[in-house]
Design a protein around this ligand. Sequence first.
Ligand SMILES: *Cc1c(COP(=O)(O)O)cnc(C)c1O
Length: 392
Amino acid sequence: MDTYSRFPLTLVRGKGLWVWDDEGRRYLDCVAGIAVCTLGHSDRVLRRNLCHQLGTLQHVSNLYRIPEQEALARAICERSCADKVFFCNSGAEANEAAIKLARKHGHVVRGIERPVILTAEASFHGRTLAAVSATGQPKYHQNFEPMVEGFRYFPYNDTAAFEALLAECEAEGPRVAAVLLEPLQGEGGVNPGDPAFFQRVRQLCDERSILLILDEVQVGVGRSGRWWGHERLGIEPDAFTLAKGLGGGIPIGALAVKASADLLRAGEHASTFGGNPFACRAGLTVIQEIERRDLLTHVEAMATCLREQLEALVQRHPTLLERQRGWGLLQGLVLREEAPSAPDLVKAAMAEGLLLVPAGPRVVRFVPPLVIRPRHIRKAIKRLERALLTLA
Ligand SMILES: *Cc1c(COP(=O)(O)O)cnc(C)c1O
């Protein structure tokens, strides 16, 4: 179906940071399938482990115990505040599980009949009906009303607005089950969370036994330079969701919860494919390789390198470029009103052999594989600058 306005580009092969189109042209990939290909393309270890898993066992069912799933759950819990994990197949699906968890918490812990979940404006939580209802962007709701009820929105990082909405919702007693937030808004324009705001939200949630759930689908699994984006905000969530980078290109999603938020019981949620041996082998390999190659330290170094070069680019083109923003390997270049639009710049960069992705009309987003090297970053900036000059 015509659900995508695709670029006229057909990619047929990839290796590391590079992909090739059907005419043999090579592109430097700073998209990584939108923050998915954590280890780059065609990684040797991921390929070896997945081939081995294909030859051992691909899929059974959650009717039975699955050792790879238990090992991946353990790997996530050992590196986070979580105690239990539910596996599914995508970010939207992970958020659906989180929304069900939040509603059950509202009913059984807070005694609310019609629980409400607070989410941010300009957020992005996926395209299934509840996840898109959670998404605070009216353009994604249009033509699909009625939305799933029970979501209220407030401006991201705005403590006063959050406090006012919470007070309004709870004026006549408990009404709010959870707050669902991205540690950094990716799709909504690469807006990093403000630690002071998140710490205040954490405090207010604690006071009322409201769940704080973080959507780590884009920033989780090393992209922030820490295992989880919330480590940059100085808080622990009650639950968080993962997907994109976790499988390094194999579809997988997860909802991770603390023991105190471990509320879903047998028969209350399920997925046929969720957590199968193949997908979990991919997730395990990604986590093991991040550790073995010390990629968290590497991401911090590469993030500094990328930030400095984007800032230098902004200084060279102050009439077109406004600023760099974001952290880790999730950074955005904000374009001025007078500059070409982000989609036009992305198209021009493609002609220079560089893949980037817009985050809204005025932000170009960098979400490269975590294995990017300084030489790739230098090349990317050069190509981006050439693209900018062809449009200016
Ligand atoms: C991409 C994304 C989603 C949706 O993930 P899908 O796998 O496309 O369903 C949800 N939340 C955030 C923060 C995302 O970036």
